[in-house]
Write a protein that binds this ligand. Structure first.
Ligand code: MTE
Ligand code: MO
Length: 413
């Protein structure tokens, strides 16, 4: 049973854009109590990888249940073979705090800009849609902990396979334009973002993330009100979310309602204690390494995946296997994608349509398999800055930033 999905007309584009009052998404989120389920199970490819496949979260169809409250839902990997844009109803979900508003009235909603500005402002959704030039951009949203379940030795945190990422066409306004409306005052250092979600316990730190002022005003960081041509799903941040192209999703604050310009660096918990990575190549350390300088996680490194086949695919020797997948350059575009047989040379794959440098890009290659036995095909991407993935996995205690070269096990007979 889908939870209160019938309330969805309140989210229609027409009503949303009109900013009409009295439209509520009340009840959509309910309490996330898991109702009786059909019990479909999915096996993620690491130890303790059994998960439920659920369809009862609002505006979501089949998703891998990682946690119920606050919700962590993973995109089943086959979705990435169906196109470069991840459908909204299959887009992964990650929240830190359990109090997520169950009713947001698009007519009452206000986005505030305050702090170290010339004139604090408060904008309605109608203002954002009508008073600012629209801006559109395709970009990959990826959790810092995507693929954490593959870490060895294992680390704590959400045990995601590769489905804590998604690509969407985001539409909204440039953050720069909104900041300029308020007027960033001289001496501003960072800009801090807050959503509507709160913790259950008073001592839980509010989820706050900050960007340097120059980054915030780079003309690409945006406030999105649409995702793939629709209002954002509630679980992906309705009615507004920050989009920080090329950067890990922790900065992409959902249900964004408060923007504070700061005249000193933000030292709140989520910037100074959480989401730190070792300041080493690939954010990699050894499990016993001590005294490493830590810095806030930031840009994404490049990644590429096979999507056309699953591990264990059976192939006849001499047969041509049409392999296909997706790649992204991280903080810049895809220059090329390379595919190889085990121990073989790298072949340059054919790339699909270019949706911009922050988007997934499809690739394909007809691979002739010459040797029999079990073998691992490999795929890697070279981004526009010449960066590619490492041969060996990185490791850090938070399980962040995995981007080792991925492989596909095939059985050639
Ligand atoms: N308000 C709010 N925004 C948030 C978070 C959160 O807990 N609260 N989590 C961040 C993290 S860590 C991730 S990975 C992304 C997930 O985005 P999604 O749920 O739309 O996929 O949201 C980011 N924005
Ligand atoms: Mo995340």
């Amino acid at each position: 049973m889908k939870r209160s999905i019938s309330n969805l007309p309140g989210l229609s584009r027409r009503n949303f854009l009109a900013g009409a009052g009295g439209l509520s998404v009340g009840g959509l989120l309910g309490a996330f109590s898991p109702p009786a389920r059909a019990g479909a199970l999915i096996e993620l490819p690491f130890a303790n990888g059994r998960r439920e496949l659920v369809t009862d979260f609002p505006q979501k169809s089949a998703m891998i249940l990682q946690r119920t409250r606050p919700p962590l839902l993973e995109t089943p990997f086959e979705v990435f073979d169906q196109g470069v844009f991840t459908p909204n109803d299959r887009f992964y979900v990650r929240w830190h705090l359990a109090n997520i508003p169950t009713a947001i009235d698009p007519g009452d909603f206000r986005l505030k800009v305050r702090g170290h500005v010339r004139k604090p402002i408060s904008l309605t959704l109608h203002d954002l849609v009508h008073d600012f030039p629209p801006f559109e951009l395709a970009a990959v949203n990826q959790c810092s902990g995507n693929s954490r379940g593959f870490f060895s030795p294992r680390v704590t945190g959400g045990q995601w396979a590769h489905g804590a990422m998604g690509n969407a066409l985001w539409r909204g306004v440039r953050l720069k334009d909104v900041l300029d409306r308020a007027g960033v005052a001289p001496g501003a250092v960072q800009v801090r973002f807050q959503g509507l979600d709160t913790g259950v316990l008073p001592q839980t730190p509010t989820f706050l993330k900050s960007l340097d002022v120059d980054h915030a005003r780079d003309g690409e960081v945006m406030i999105a009100y649409e995702m793939n041509g629709e209002p954002l799903p509630v679980l992906n941040g309705f009615p507004l979310r920050l989009v920080v192209p090329g950067w890990f999703a922790t900065y992409w604050v959902k249900m964004l309602e408060d923007i504070e310009v700061l005249d000193k660096p933000d030292d709140n918990y989520w910037m100074s204690k959480a989401y730190l990575i070792p300041d080493t190549p690939g954010a990699s350390v050894t499990p016993d390494q001590k005294g490493v300088k830590m810095v806030p996680i930031n840009r994404m490194p490049p990644r590429s995946f096979f999507t056309s086949h699953m591990d264990g695919a059976a192939v006849k020797r001499g047969q041509t296997l049409n392999v296909r997948g997706i790649a992204f350059g991280g903080d810049t575009g895809v220059a090329k994608v390379l595919v190889s047989e085990q121990g073989g040379q790298w072949h340059e794959a054919r790339l699909g349509a270019n949706h911009g440098k922050y988007s997934f890009r499809q690739w394909e290659f007809p691979l002739r398999l010459a040797t029999t036995g079990q073998q691992r095909l490999r795929v890697r991407v070279v981004n526009a800055a010449g960066v590619t993935q490492p041969d060996h996995p990185n490791w850090n205690p938070s399980g962040f930033m995995r981007n080792v070269i991925e492989s596909l096990a095939v059985q050639v007979s």
